[in-house]
Design a protein around this ligand. Structure first.
Ligand SMILES: Cc1cc2nc3c(=O)[nH]c(=O)nc-3n(C[C@H](O)[C@H](O)[C@H](O)COP(=O)(O)OP(=O)(O)OC[C@H]3O[C@@H](n4cnc5c(N)ncnc54)[C@H](O)[C@@H]3O)c2cc1C
Length: 429
């Protein structure tokens, strides 16, 4: 049995098959499971990468029927029942399967403007988080080291595109860094003077949340000194700033050195590969329509789950992937045991939540709507429960306590890029 992707969906399915009479190969292009909901905390210095990215081999070391392969799946042949993959050493693999679970997730989308990516990194994987951390912290360094007032202003201007949970969370953390955590450490600039602009094409922050919580989040962000530009789209991004256009067509240029892209999601290309091979529909976000039992039409041996599928209009968040992972494991166990298949997949909505800042969060779960400190507490309990590994849970709790009590950010190291060093040496010569 082959599982593609060790994220929320694939890892859940693999673990749920631990007692099944099956040999499971979990193939992932990364060596770790990634807890994406906390990526923004790595990007803003609250957590280190290891705390949200345990190695897959470590997670599965006690599961005797599971093995891990570090490789990127590049194709799937539904007729031959094989997946082709490229190993980390570049070697090709052909991986046969009797049952296949594809849970390859989704990546970012720049809505046809991939040329913006170098100037506006997204937040999808560990590399992105470290890149964003370097951008944010590097901007404060640049402001402190520059004698040019224009450069200082641009360096202390941060634009976040997209006001969904990720955009709001990263915006809130930049505000915390600028207004509190970094302030005592800088002599030449007042980091609290940073301008933070959140740009959103829709007419509200946190679309999908109840209206009252949207208003609360917008109010919290406003209190934290964030400028919110609703009904506005980014029309150009370059190394010197962003052009935005509002609903009336009014244009504005914001000179800045840091743009973070938190808009747009595109399913793994494997969804289209499977869709074309099985004749299944693929939507605009590149997600394949699966059947009610998460299988592909005409291929009961192939399951697809998580962010790369469209099923029952479920959102691209962790719970559908986790619940689908459990469900397909149940179907597979029933088949192996010769039992009747379970009824169709049914989603249990466990709610939605976002952190805005210190003691500021919004939670809509199990019919209860919370804001402020109670929401932050509920958010922390739920996220700790879903983190993988007791060590990570303990260290993460400690970090959150330090961040809350002392506003400290313990993970501020970043690699300094020195692109023009050689040129500077040449100039001196
Ligand atoms: C920044 C951010 C914040 C988020 N915050 C929240 C939140 O607060 N709450 C919430 O519920 N959800 C949140 N989400 C969404 C949630 O993380 C996803 O819905 C969830 O991870 C989907 O699970 P998945 O298994 O489908 O995909 P993923 O968890 O993305 O896993 C996909 C796996 O497949 C691997 N892979 C991809 N392509 C290949 C390939 N070709 N070959 C081999 N391996 C491959 C990847 O390396 C990855 O390990 C957030 C997402 C992001 C990016």
């Amino acid at each position: 049995m082959l599982v593609v992707g060790g994220g929320f969906g694939g890892l859940t399915a693999t673990r749920a098959l631990s007692r099944a009479p099956a040999e499971v190969t979990l193939v992932d292009r990364g060596n770790h499971h990634l807890f994406q909901p906390l990526l923004y905390q790595v990007a803003t210095g609250v957590l280190s990468e290891g705390e949200i990215a345990p190695p897959l081999r470590g997670v599965l070391h006690k599961q005797a029927n599971a093995r891990v392969l570090l490789a990127e799946v590049t194709g799937i042949d539904l007729e031959a029942r094989t997946a082709s993959a490229i190993g980390s050493d570049g070697a090709p693999h052909v991986l046969p399967y009797d049952t296949l679970v594809v849970a390859a997730g989704a990546g970012g989308s720049y809505f046809g403007h991939d040329e913006w990516e170098p100037f506006a990194p997204g937040l999808k994987n560990l590399g992105d988080a470290l890149r964003v951390r370097a951008r944010i912290l590097g901007a404060f360094e640049r402001a402190d080291g520059s004698g040019d007032p224009g450069e200082r202003t641009a360096s202390l201007t941060f634009v976040i595109v997209g006001a969904g949970p990720t955009g709001v969370e990263v915006t809130g953390q930049i505000s915390e860094l600028a207004r509190h955590a970094l302030r005592p450490d800088y002599r030449s600039v007042d980091t609290a003077s940073a301008r933070i602009v959140l740009v959103e094409a829709g007419d509200t922050v946190l679309a999908g949340f109840p209206e009252g919580l949207q208003r609360r989040a917008a109010h919290d962000l406003d209190q934290m000194g964030v400028e919110i530009r609703l009904s506005s789209t980014a029309t150009n991004i370059d190394p010197d700033g962003v052009d935005i256009t509002d609903a009336d067509g009014a244009k504005e240029r914001i000179a800045c050195r840091t743009v973070i892209w938190a808009a747009g999601v595109q399913a793994s290309p494997l969804a289209r590969t499977l869709g074309e091979a099985a004749g299944a529909e693929v939507d605009r976000a590149g997600r394949i329509a699966v059947q009610a039992d998460c299988t592909l039409p005409g291929h009961p041996e192939v399951f697809a789950i998580g962010d790369m599928v469209s099923l029952d209009h479920l959102p691209g968040v962790a719970q559908p992937a986790i619940q689908e992972g459990h469900y397909v494991a149940k179907v597979i166990r029933a088949r192996l045991g010769g039992d009747d298949p379970p009824p169709r997949f049914k989603y249990r909505d466990k709610g939605t939540m976002a952190v805005i800042g210190r003691n500021r969060a919004v939670v809509d779960a199990f019919g209860v709507k919370l804001g402020g400190r109670p929401a932050l507490l509920a958010w922390a309990v739920i996220h700790i429960a879903y983190l993988v590994g007791w060590g990570n849970r303990f260290v993460t709790l400690l970090r959150w306590f330090m961040a809350l009590a002392f506003r400290s950010r313990g993970e501020r190291a970043f690699a300094v890029a020195r692109p023009d060093r050689a040129a500077a040496v040449d100039d001196r010569a």
